[in-house]
Design a protein around this ligand. Structure first.
Ligand SMILES: Cc1cc2nc3c(=O)[nH]c(=O)nc-3n(C[C@H](O)[C@H](O)[C@H](O)COP(=O)(O)OP(=O)(O)OC[C@H]3O[C@@H](n4cnc5c(N)ncnc54)[C@H](O)[C@@H]3O)c2cc1C
Length: 498
Protein backbone atom coordinates (compact mmCIF):
# COMPACT_ATOMS: atom_id res chain seq x y z
CA UNK A 1 0.00 0.00 0.00
CA UNK A 2 1.18 3.51 -0.79
CA UNK A 3 0.41 7.06 0.28
CA UNK A 4 2.25 10.35 0.25
CA UNK A 5 1.64 10.94 3.93
CA UNK A 6 0.84 8.51 6.73
CA UNK A 7 -0.69 9.99 9.89
CA UNK A 8 -0.29 7.77 12.93
CA UNK A 9 -3.25 8.32 15.26
CA UNK A 10 -6.81 9.53 14.70
CA UNK A 11 -7.18 11.91 17.66
CA UNK A 12 -8.04 15.53 16.93
CA UNK A 13 -4.44 16.37 15.96
CA UNK A 14 -4.20 13.51 13.45
CA UNK A 15 -7.64 14.26 11.99
CA UNK A 16 -6.69 17.93 11.67
CA UNK A 17 -3.34 17.45 9.97
CA UNK A 18 -4.83 14.79 7.63
CA UNK A 19 -7.72 17.08 6.66
CA UNK A 20 -5.39 20.02 5.98
CA UNK A 21 -2.95 17.99 3.92
CA UNK A 22 -5.75 16.32 1.93
CA UNK A 23 -7.16 19.78 1.21
CA UNK A 24 -3.77 20.59 -0.30
CA UNK A 25 -4.14 17.61 -2.62
CA UNK A 26 -1.95 15.14 -0.75
CA UNK A 27 -2.78 11.43 -0.66
CA UNK A 28 -3.15 10.74 3.07
CA UNK A 29 -3.78 7.58 5.09
CA UNK A 30 -4.56 7.64 8.81
CA UNK A 31 -3.59 4.59 10.87
CA UNK A 32 -5.24 4.02 14.23
CA UNK A 33 -4.50 1.18 16.59
CA UNK A 34 -7.92 1.24 18.25
CA UNK A 35 -11.02 -0.18 16.62
CA UNK A 36 -12.75 3.19 16.57
CA UNK A 37 -11.17 6.44 15.33
CA UNK A 38 -11.20 9.62 17.41
CA UNK A 39 -8.60 9.15 20.17
CA UNK A 40 -9.64 10.93 23.37
CA UNK A 41 -12.66 12.52 21.64
CA UNK A 42 -14.62 9.29 21.39
CA UNK A 43 -17.83 8.77 23.34
CA UNK A 44 -19.07 5.57 24.91
CA UNK A 45 -22.52 4.60 26.13
CA UNK A 46 -23.73 2.74 29.21
CA UNK A 47 -27.43 1.95 29.63
CA UNK A 48 -28.21 4.39 26.86
CA UNK A 49 -26.34 7.23 28.59
CA UNK A 50 -23.56 8.74 26.46
CA UNK A 51 -20.30 9.63 28.22
CA UNK A 52 -17.56 11.89 26.92
CA UNK A 53 -13.98 11.16 27.84
CA UNK A 54 -11.67 13.86 26.49
CA UNK A 55 -13.99 16.68 25.51
CA UNK A 56 -16.31 18.50 27.88
CA UNK A 57 -15.94 22.07 26.63
CA UNK A 58 -13.47 24.34 24.90
CA UNK A 59 -12.88 27.96 24.10
CA UNK A 60 -11.96 29.29 20.67
CA UNK A 61 -15.30 28.78 18.91
CA UNK A 62 -16.69 32.31 19.13
CA UNK A 63 -16.90 34.72 16.20
CA UNK A 64 -13.41 35.49 14.90
CA UNK A 65 -11.79 32.88 17.17
CA UNK A 66 -9.17 30.37 16.13
CA UNK A 67 -10.84 26.98 16.42
CA UNK A 68 -13.84 28.26 14.51
CA UNK A 69 -11.56 29.67 11.77
CA UNK A 70 -9.62 26.40 11.53
CA UNK A 71 -12.78 24.28 11.42
CA UNK A 72 -14.30 26.59 8.79
CA UNK A 73 -11.15 26.29 6.68
CA UNK A 74 -11.18 22.51 6.98
CA UNK A 75 -14.91 22.34 6.26
CA UNK A 76 -16.14 20.68 9.46
CA UNK A 77 -17.71 23.81 10.97
CA UNK A 78 -21.07 23.58 9.08
CA UNK A 79 -21.41 19.97 10.25
CA UNK A 80 -21.24 20.93 13.94
CA UNK A 81 -23.93 22.31 16.22
CA UNK A 82 -21.92 24.50 18.57
CA UNK A 83 -23.51 25.34 21.92
CA UNK A 84 -22.19 28.48 23.63
CA UNK A 85 -22.32 28.33 27.42
CA UNK A 86 -24.94 30.83 28.63
CA UNK A 87 -23.86 33.89 30.64
CA UNK A 88 -24.63 32.13 33.91
CA UNK A 89 -22.36 29.16 33.08
CA UNK A 90 -19.36 28.90 35.39
CA UNK A 91 -16.90 26.77 37.30
CA UNK A 92 -18.39 26.66 40.78
CA UNK A 93 -15.27 26.56 42.93
CA UNK A 94 -15.62 25.54 46.56
CA UNK A 95 -12.42 26.13 48.52
CA UNK A 96 -12.30 23.20 50.87
CA UNK A 97 -10.26 24.88 53.63
CA UNK A 98 -12.43 27.99 54.01
CA UNK A 99 -15.74 26.77 52.55
CA UNK A 100 -15.83 29.88 50.33
CA UNK A 101 -17.64 29.43 47.03
CA UNK A 102 -16.55 31.40 43.97
CA UNK A 103 -18.22 31.30 40.57
CA UNK A 104 -15.56 31.52 37.90
CA UNK A 105 -17.57 32.79 34.93
CA UNK A 106 -16.44 32.26 31.36
CA UNK A 107 -16.22 35.98 30.67
CA UNK A 108 -13.51 38.48 31.59
CA UNK A 109 -16.04 41.05 32.80
CA UNK A 110 -18.29 38.74 34.79
CA UNK A 111 -15.30 36.97 36.28
CA UNK A 112 -13.79 40.28 37.37
CA UNK A 113 -17.06 41.41 38.97
CA UNK A 114 -17.47 38.13 40.85
CA UNK A 115 -13.85 38.08 42.07
CA UNK A 116 -14.02 41.69 43.21
CA UNK A 117 -17.25 40.91 45.08
CA UNK A 118 -15.77 37.89 46.89
CA UNK A 119 -12.27 39.36 47.39
CA UNK A 120 -12.90 43.12 47.88
CA UNK A 121 -9.41 43.69 49.29
CA UNK A 122 -7.76 42.29 46.17
CA UNK A 123 -9.40 44.51 43.53
CA UNK A 124 -6.13 45.85 42.16
CA UNK A 125 -4.45 42.44 41.94
CA UNK A 126 -7.47 40.91 40.20
CA UNK A 127 -7.55 43.61 37.52
CA UNK A 128 -3.80 43.46 37.00
CA UNK A 129 -3.88 39.66 36.64
CA UNK A 130 -6.70 39.73 34.08
CA UNK A 131 -5.06 42.56 32.14
CA UNK A 132 -1.81 40.61 32.09
CA UNK A 133 -3.56 37.57 30.59
CA UNK A 134 -5.20 39.81 27.97
CA UNK A 135 -1.87 41.49 27.23
CA UNK A 136 0.00 38.18 26.80
CA UNK A 137 -2.74 36.72 24.63
CA UNK A 138 -2.45 39.71 22.31
CA UNK A 139 1.12 38.54 21.55
CA UNK A 140 -0.04 35.00 20.68
CA UNK A 141 -0.97 34.60 17.00
CA UNK A 142 -3.78 32.13 17.78
CA UNK A 143 -5.57 34.96 19.57
CA UNK A 144 -4.20 37.81 17.47
CA UNK A 145 -4.13 36.29 13.99
CA UNK A 146 -2.51 39.35 12.42
CA UNK A 147 0.78 38.05 13.86
CA UNK A 148 3.01 35.54 12.05
CA UNK A 149 3.37 32.09 13.58
CA UNK A 150 7.07 31.36 13.21
CA UNK A 151 8.55 33.74 15.84
CA UNK A 152 5.90 32.71 18.38
CA UNK A 153 6.61 29.01 17.90
CA UNK A 154 10.32 29.62 18.20
CA UNK A 155 9.87 31.34 21.58
CA UNK A 156 7.34 28.77 22.79
CA UNK A 157 9.83 25.96 22.44
CA UNK A 158 12.46 27.83 24.44
CA UNK A 159 10.27 29.10 27.26
CA UNK A 160 11.49 31.54 29.83
CA UNK A 161 10.04 34.31 31.96
CA UNK A 162 7.77 34.40 34.96
CA UNK A 163 5.76 31.49 36.33
CA UNK A 164 2.05 31.76 37.12
CA UNK A 165 2.89 31.38 40.83
CA UNK A 166 5.36 34.29 40.65
CA UNK A 167 2.77 36.51 39.03
CA UNK A 168 0.06 35.64 41.55
CA UNK A 169 2.25 36.06 44.63
CA UNK A 170 3.47 39.43 43.34
CA UNK A 171 -0.10 40.74 43.03
CA UNK A 172 -2.26 39.00 45.62
CA UNK A 173 -2.32 38.09 49.33
CA UNK A 174 -5.38 35.83 49.67
CA UNK A 175 -4.50 32.16 49.18
CA UNK A 176 -8.07 31.29 48.17
CA UNK A 177 -7.65 33.68 45.27
CA UNK A 178 -4.38 31.96 44.29
CA UNK A 179 -6.38 28.77 43.95
CA UNK A 180 -9.22 30.38 42.00
CA UNK A 181 -6.91 32.05 39.48
CA UNK A 182 -4.87 28.88 39.15
CA UNK A 183 -7.80 26.61 38.21
CA UNK A 184 -7.14 26.79 34.44
CA UNK A 185 -4.13 24.53 35.25
CA UNK A 186 -6.61 21.65 35.56
CA UNK A 187 -7.11 22.02 31.79
CA UNK A 188 -3.46 21.55 30.90
CA UNK A 189 -1.97 19.74 33.89
CA UNK A 190 1.05 21.82 34.97
CA UNK A 191 1.32 23.13 38.57
CA UNK A 192 1.31 26.96 38.94
CA UNK A 193 4.97 27.07 40.00
CA UNK A 194 6.06 25.26 36.84
CA UNK A 195 4.09 26.92 34.09
CA UNK A 196 5.10 30.05 32.26
CA UNK A 197 2.60 32.78 31.58
CA UNK A 198 2.39 32.17 27.83
CA UNK A 199 1.20 28.59 28.25
CA UNK A 200 -1.17 29.64 31.04
CA UNK A 201 -2.59 32.50 28.97
CA UNK A 202 -3.07 30.11 26.01
CA UNK A 203 -5.63 28.24 28.08
CA UNK A 204 -6.91 30.94 30.46
CA UNK A 205 -7.60 33.53 27.74
CA UNK A 206 -10.00 31.38 25.68
CA UNK A 207 -11.61 30.22 28.94
CA UNK A 208 -12.23 33.82 30.03
CA UNK A 209 -13.46 34.72 26.54
CA UNK A 210 -16.35 32.21 26.51
CA UNK A 211 -16.60 28.43 26.27
CA UNK A 212 -18.58 26.08 24.06
CA UNK A 213 -19.89 22.54 23.96
CA UNK A 214 -20.84 20.59 20.85
CA UNK A 215 -24.19 18.90 20.46
CA UNK A 216 -23.28 15.21 20.50
CA UNK A 217 -20.02 15.84 22.38
CA UNK A 218 -16.57 14.83 21.17
CA UNK A 219 -18.07 12.11 18.98
CA UNK A 220 -19.84 14.76 16.90
CA UNK A 221 -16.44 16.34 16.17
CA UNK A 222 -15.02 12.96 15.12
CA UNK A 223 -18.05 12.26 12.91
CA UNK A 224 -17.81 15.67 11.24
CA UNK A 225 -14.13 15.04 10.45
CA UNK A 226 -14.85 11.54 9.13
CA UNK A 227 -17.42 12.93 6.67
CA UNK A 228 -15.03 15.65 5.50
CA UNK A 229 -12.10 13.24 5.21
CA UNK A 230 -14.20 10.79 3.18
CA UNK A 231 -14.96 13.59 0.70
CA UNK A 232 -11.27 14.33 0.26
CA UNK A 233 -10.30 10.69 -0.19
CA UNK A 234 -8.46 10.12 3.09
CA UNK A 235 -8.47 6.46 4.16
CA UNK A 236 -8.66 5.67 7.88
CA UNK A 237 -7.45 2.21 8.72
CA UNK A 238 -8.39 1.20 12.25
CA UNK A 239 -7.08 -1.70 14.32
CA UNK A 240 -3.66 -0.95 12.78
CA UNK A 241 -0.90 -0.42 15.30
CA UNK A 242 2.17 1.18 13.78
CA UNK A 243 5.07 -0.96 14.99
CA UNK A 244 7.95 0.83 13.32
CA UNK A 245 8.93 3.59 10.94
CA UNK A 246 10.70 2.34 7.82
CA UNK A 247 13.86 4.32 7.08
CA UNK A 248 15.75 4.09 3.76
CA UNK A 249 18.82 6.11 2.85
CA UNK A 250 18.40 8.19 5.96
CA UNK A 251 14.88 9.31 5.23
CA UNK A 252 11.38 8.09 5.95
CA UNK A 253 10.07 5.46 3.55
CA UNK A 254 6.88 4.38 5.34
CA UNK A 255 5.65 2.39 8.32
CA UNK A 256 5.27 -1.20 9.34
CA UNK A 257 1.93 -1.99 10.98
CA UNK A 258 0.31 -5.02 12.51
CA UNK A 259 -1.34 -5.48 9.06
CA UNK A 260 1.65 -4.96 6.73
CA UNK A 261 3.80 -2.20 5.25
CA UNK A 262 2.65 1.15 3.95
CA UNK A 263 5.03 3.27 1.91
CA UNK A 264 5.05 7.04 2.26
CA UNK A 265 7.53 9.89 2.13
CA UNK A 266 6.13 11.61 5.23
CA UNK A 267 5.01 10.09 8.53
CA UNK A 268 3.29 12.18 11.20
CA UNK A 269 3.31 10.56 14.63
CA UNK A 270 0.64 11.92 17.02
CA UNK A 271 1.15 9.54 19.97
CA UNK A 272 3.20 10.32 23.04
CA UNK A 273 6.66 11.64 21.99
CA UNK A 274 8.49 9.18 24.26
CA UNK A 275 6.84 6.26 22.44
CA UNK A 276 8.36 7.43 19.15
CA UNK A 277 11.68 6.02 20.37
CA UNK A 278 10.23 2.49 20.14
CA UNK A 279 9.28 3.04 16.49
CA UNK A 280 12.53 4.27 14.95
CA UNK A 281 15.68 2.22 14.34
CA UNK A 282 18.55 2.72 16.79
CA UNK A 283 20.94 5.52 15.92
CA UNK A 284 18.40 7.67 14.05
CA UNK A 285 18.29 10.32 16.76
CA UNK A 286 21.20 11.73 18.75
CA UNK A 287 21.67 10.22 22.20
CA UNK A 288 20.91 13.55 23.90
CA UNK A 289 17.58 13.86 22.05
CA UNK A 290 16.66 10.25 22.97
CA UNK A 291 17.40 10.98 26.61
CA UNK A 292 15.29 14.12 26.53
CA UNK A 293 12.34 12.22 25.07
CA UNK A 294 12.83 9.34 27.49
CA UNK A 295 12.92 11.62 30.53
CA UNK A 296 9.93 13.77 29.71
CA UNK A 297 7.75 14.39 32.76
CA UNK A 298 4.07 13.81 32.17
CA UNK A 299 0.91 15.37 33.50
CA UNK A 300 -1.19 13.64 36.17
CA UNK A 301 -3.74 11.04 35.33
CA UNK A 302 -7.37 11.01 36.43
CA UNK A 303 -9.77 8.72 38.21
CA UNK A 304 -13.26 9.15 36.73
CA UNK A 305 -16.57 7.67 37.81
CA UNK A 306 -18.98 7.70 34.87
CA UNK A 307 -22.30 7.37 36.68
CA UNK A 308 -26.03 7.91 36.70
CA UNK A 309 -27.69 10.36 39.07
CA UNK A 310 -31.38 10.14 39.91
CA UNK A 311 -31.88 13.87 40.53
CA UNK A 312 -29.55 15.80 38.22
CA UNK A 313 -30.97 19.17 39.28
CA UNK A 314 -29.87 18.68 42.85
CA UNK A 315 -26.93 21.06 42.47
CA UNK A 316 -28.67 23.74 40.50
CA UNK A 317 -27.70 24.02 36.88
CA UNK A 318 -25.56 20.95 36.24
CA UNK A 319 -25.76 21.49 32.50
CA UNK A 320 -23.72 24.68 32.36
CA UNK A 321 -21.98 24.66 35.76
CA UNK A 322 -19.02 22.45 36.71
CA UNK A 323 -18.66 21.94 40.46
CA UNK A 324 -15.22 21.71 42.07
CA UNK A 325 -13.93 21.19 45.59
CA UNK A 326 -10.32 22.41 45.65
CA UNK A 327 -7.67 23.20 48.21
CA UNK A 328 -6.51 26.75 48.90
CA UNK A 329 -3.17 28.14 47.73
CA UNK A 330 -0.85 27.31 44.88
CA UNK A 331 -0.68 23.55 45.48
CA UNK A 332 -4.05 22.81 43.93
CA UNK A 333 -2.52 20.06 41.81
CA UNK A 334 -0.84 18.24 44.69
CA UNK A 335 -2.39 14.85 45.15
CA UNK A 336 -3.06 13.70 48.71
CA UNK A 337 -2.55 9.97 48.19
CA UNK A 338 -4.14 9.11 51.54
CA UNK A 339 -7.36 10.98 50.69
CA UNK A 340 -7.31 11.63 46.95
CA UNK A 341 -11.10 12.00 46.93
CA UNK A 342 -10.92 15.28 48.85
CA UNK A 343 -10.27 17.38 45.74
CA UNK A 344 -13.01 16.40 43.38
CA UNK A 345 -15.08 17.71 40.53
CA UNK A 346 -18.52 16.86 39.22
CA UNK A 347 -19.88 17.74 35.81
CA UNK A 348 -22.36 16.49 33.26
CA UNK A 349 -21.19 17.20 29.71
CA UNK A 350 -23.75 14.82 28.15
CA UNK A 351 -26.61 16.97 29.50
CA UNK A 352 -25.69 19.62 26.95
CA UNK A 353 -26.95 17.44 24.10
CA UNK A 354 -30.20 18.63 22.64
CA UNK A 355 -31.48 15.27 21.51
CA UNK A 356 -30.53 12.62 24.01
CA UNK A 357 -32.89 12.07 26.92
CA UNK A 358 -30.59 9.45 28.45
CA UNK A 359 -27.88 12.11 28.69
CA UNK A 360 -29.76 13.96 31.38
CA UNK A 361 -28.81 11.36 34.02
CA UNK A 362 -25.15 11.02 33.07
CA UNK A 363 -22.63 12.51 35.44
CA UNK A 364 -18.84 12.43 35.79
CA UNK A 365 -17.06 12.49 39.13
CA UNK A 366 -13.44 13.35 38.52
CA UNK A 367 -10.30 13.54 40.62
CA UNK A 368 -6.63 13.59 39.83
CA UNK A 369 -4.82 10.30 40.09
CA UNK A 370 -1.23 9.12 39.97
CA UNK A 371 0.36 6.04 38.47
CA UNK A 372 1.51 5.07 41.98
CA UNK A 373 -2.11 4.27 42.82
CA UNK A 374 -2.34 1.56 40.15
CA UNK A 375 1.25 0.45 39.52
CA UNK A 376 0.77 -2.70 41.62
CA UNK A 377 -2.10 -3.84 39.37
CA UNK A 378 -0.15 -3.42 36.14
CA UNK A 379 1.12 -7.00 36.39
CA UNK A 380 -2.38 -8.26 35.61
CA UNK A 381 -2.88 -9.42 32.03
CA UNK A 382 -4.54 -6.65 30.02
CA UNK A 383 -8.28 -7.19 29.74
CA UNK A 384 -8.16 -9.58 32.70
CA UNK A 385 -7.61 -7.31 35.62
CA UNK A 386 -7.49 -8.94 39.03
CA UNK A 387 -10.21 -9.03 41.67
CA UNK A 388 -7.94 -6.85 43.84
CA UNK A 389 -7.93 -4.14 41.15
CA UNK A 390 -11.70 -4.29 40.73
CA UNK A 391 -12.10 -4.05 44.52
CA UNK A 392 -9.75 -1.04 44.73
CA UNK A 393 -11.60 0.67 41.88
CA UNK A 394 -15.01 0.11 43.45
CA UNK A 395 -13.84 1.29 46.89
CA UNK A 396 -12.17 4.40 45.45
CA UNK A 397 -15.33 5.22 43.51
CA UNK A 398 -17.44 4.77 46.65
CA UNK A 399 -15.22 7.21 48.55
CA UNK A 400 -15.66 9.81 45.80
CA UNK A 401 -19.41 9.30 45.77
CA UNK A 402 -19.59 9.69 49.56
CA UNK A 403 -17.48 12.85 49.35
CA UNK A 404 -19.71 14.22 46.57
CA UNK A 405 -22.73 13.51 48.77
CA UNK A 406 -21.19 15.39 51.70
CA UNK A 407 -20.34 18.35 49.47
CA UNK A 408 -23.28 18.63 47.13
CA UNK A 409 -26.18 16.76 48.70
CA UNK A 410 -27.93 13.44 48.92
CA UNK A 411 -28.56 12.90 45.23
CA UNK A 412 -24.79 12.87 44.69
CA UNK A 413 -24.34 10.19 47.33
CA UNK A 414 -26.70 7.99 45.28
CA UNK A 415 -24.67 8.27 42.05
CA UNK A 416 -24.59 4.81 40.52
CA UNK A 417 -21.22 4.02 38.90
CA UNK A 418 -21.64 2.62 35.37
CA UNK A 419 -17.97 2.72 34.36
CA UNK A 420 -14.72 3.72 36.03
CA UNK A 421 -11.60 5.12 34.39
CA UNK A 422 -8.22 4.87 36.16
CA UNK A 423 -4.67 5.62 35.04
CA UNK A 424 -4.53 2.03 33.74
CA UNK A 425 -7.64 2.59 31.62
CA UNK A 426 -6.26 5.80 30.15
CA UNK A 427 -2.85 4.24 29.56
CA UNK A 428 -4.41 1.32 27.68
CA UNK A 429 -7.15 3.19 25.82
CA UNK A 430 -5.35 6.44 24.99
CA UNK A 431 -1.81 5.05 24.80
CA UNK A 432 -0.58 7.77 27.13
CA UNK A 433 2.28 6.60 29.39
CA UNK A 434 1.05 6.19 32.98
CA UNK A 435 -2.37 7.34 31.81
CA UNK A 436 -1.24 10.99 31.69
CA UNK A 437 -4.37 13.02 30.91
CA UNK A 438 -2.64 15.72 28.88
CA UNK A 439 0.50 13.79 27.92
CA UNK A 440 3.75 15.71 28.28
CA UNK A 441 3.92 18.57 30.79
CA UNK A 442 4.54 21.84 28.97
CA UNK A 443 6.41 23.22 31.95
CA UNK A 444 9.23 25.71 32.39
CA UNK A 445 11.51 22.94 33.67
CA UNK A 446 11.63 20.78 30.57
CA UNK A 447 11.87 21.13 26.84
CA UNK A 448 8.75 20.70 24.72
CA UNK A 449 9.29 18.53 21.69
CA UNK A 450 8.59 20.54 18.54
CA UNK A 451 7.00 19.01 15.46
CA UNK A 452 10.26 18.61 13.51
CA UNK A 453 12.63 15.69 13.94
CA UNK A 454 16.08 15.33 12.43
CA UNK A 455 14.93 12.43 10.24
CA UNK A 456 13.69 13.90 6.93
CA UNK A 457 10.00 13.07 6.49
CA UNK A 458 9.32 12.20 10.16
CA UNK A 459 7.14 14.67 12.06
CA UNK A 460 5.54 14.85 15.47
CA UNK A 461 2.15 16.30 16.28
CA UNK A 462 -0.48 16.18 19.02
CA UNK A 463 -0.88 17.55 22.52
CA UNK A 464 2.70 16.58 23.41
CA UNK A 465 4.16 19.06 20.93
CA UNK A 466 2.34 22.35 21.32
CA UNK A 467 -0.43 22.59 23.91
CA UNK A 468 -2.94 20.28 25.51
CA UNK A 469 -6.69 20.34 24.97
CA UNK A 470 -8.79 20.15 21.86
CA UNK A 471 -7.63 23.57 20.80
CA UNK A 472 -3.97 22.88 21.55
CA UNK A 473 -3.95 19.52 19.79
CA UNK A 474 -5.88 20.92 16.78
CA UNK A 475 -3.36 23.73 16.45
CA UNK A 476 -0.55 21.20 16.75
CA UNK A 477 -2.13 19.37 13.80
CA UNK A 478 -2.19 22.63 11.87
CA UNK A 479 1.44 23.43 12.69
CA UNK A 480 2.62 19.99 11.54
CA UNK A 481 0.68 20.22 8.28
CA UNK A 482 2.09 23.73 7.89
CA UNK A 483 5.67 22.51 8.31
CA UNK A 484 5.09 20.14 5.39
CA UNK A 485 3.14 22.54 3.16
CA UNK A 486 4.58 25.89 4.20
CA UNK A 487 3.66 27.25 7.61
CA UNK A 488 3.03 30.94 7.00
CA UNK A 489 1.06 30.45 3.73
CA UNK A 490 -1.20 27.90 5.48
CA UNK A 491 -1.59 30.23 8.48
CA UNK A 492 -2.53 33.01 6.06
CA UNK A 493 -5.32 30.93 4.57
CA UNK A 494 -6.62 29.74 7.95
CA UNK A 495 -6.76 33.22 9.44
CA UNK A 496 -8.74 34.49 6.43
CA UNK A 497 -11.59 32.28 7.72
CA UNK A 498 -12.06 34.30 10.90
C1 LIG B 1 -10.43 12.74 30.87
C2 LIG B 1 -10.04 13.84 29.92
C3 LIG B 1 -10.80 15.00 29.87
C4 LIG B 1 -10.47 16.02 28.98
N1 LIG B 1 -11.28 17.13 28.87
C5 LIG B 1 -11.01 18.07 27.95
C6 LIG B 1 -11.91 19.16 27.72
O1 LIG B 1 -12.97 19.27 28.34
N2 LIG B 1 -11.56 20.10 26.79
C7 LIG B 1 -10.41 20.01 26.07
O2 LIG B 1 -10.15 20.89 25.25
N3 LIG B 1 -9.55 18.97 26.25
C8 LIG B 1 -9.83 17.99 27.15
N4 LIG B 1 -8.98 16.94 27.31
C9 LIG B 1 -7.72 16.90 26.54
C10 LIG B 1 -7.95 16.52 25.08
O3 LIG B 1 -8.83 15.41 25.01
C11 LIG B 1 -6.59 16.13 24.46
O4 LIG B 1 -5.66 17.17 24.68
C12 LIG B 1 -6.69 15.88 22.96
O5 LIG B 1 -7.82 15.10 22.63
C13 LIG B 1 -5.42 15.17 22.50
O6 LIG B 1 -5.50 14.91 21.12
P1 LIG B 1 -4.28 14.19 20.38
O7 LIG B 1 -4.65 14.06 18.96
O8 LIG B 1 -3.02 14.88 20.73
O9 LIG B 1 -4.16 12.76 21.08
P2 LIG B 1 -5.18 11.48 21.20
O10 LIG B 1 -6.60 11.91 21.16
O11 LIG B 1 -4.69 10.75 22.37
O12 LIG B 1 -4.87 10.69 19.86
C14 LIG B 1 -3.70 9.94 19.63
C15 LIG B 1 -4.12 8.70 18.85
O13 LIG B 1 -2.95 8.05 18.37
C16 LIG B 1 -3.18 6.65 18.44
N5 LIG B 1 -1.86 6.00 18.42
C17 LIG B 1 -0.81 6.24 19.24
N6 LIG B 1 0.23 5.45 18.91
C18 LIG B 1 -0.17 4.70 17.84
C19 LIG B 1 0.47 3.70 17.04
N7 LIG B 1 1.73 3.31 17.29
N8 LIG B 1 -0.23 3.16 16.01
C20 LIG B 1 -1.51 3.56 15.75
N9 LIG B 1 -2.15 4.49 16.48
C21 LIG B 1 -1.49 5.07 17.51
C22 LIG B 1 -3.92 6.48 19.75
O14 LIG B 1 -4.60 5.26 19.80
C23 LIG B 1 -4.87 7.69 19.71
O15 LIG B 1 -6.10 7.37 19.10
C24 LIG B 1 -9.31 15.89 28.18
C25 LIG B 1 -8.54 14.73 28.22
C26 LIG B 1 -8.90 13.69 29.07
C27 LIG B 1 -8.09 12.42 29.08
Amino acid sequence: MKAEIVVVGSGISGLTSAALLAKKGRRVIILERNKRPGGALKRFTRRGIPFDIGFHYSGGMGKGEILRALWKYIGVWPRLAVLPFPEEGNENLRIRDSGRVVRAFFSYDRLEDELQRVFPDEKQGISTYLNKIREISSTIPFFNPDLPLTPYLHDLFSPKGMSLAQLLTSLIQDTDLYAVLSTPVFLYGVPPREVNLTIHASVAHPLYSGVYAIDGGGQAIVDAFLETLAETGVDILTGQEVESVIVKENQVAGVKTSGGEIYASHVIYTGHPTSLLDLVPDGIFRKAFCNRLRNLINTHSMFIVFGAIDDPDTLGDMTWVNYYNIRTGLDIMDLDLRHPEKSIMVNAPGRRDSYSTGASRGVLLIRMSAWDEVARFDQDAQGKRSAAYRKWKAESADKMIEQAGRLWGDACSRIEPLAIGTPLTFRDRLGSPMGATYGVRHSMNQFSPGVRTRLPGLWLSGQGTLMAGIMGASLAGMVTAGEIEGLEPLWDEVRQCR
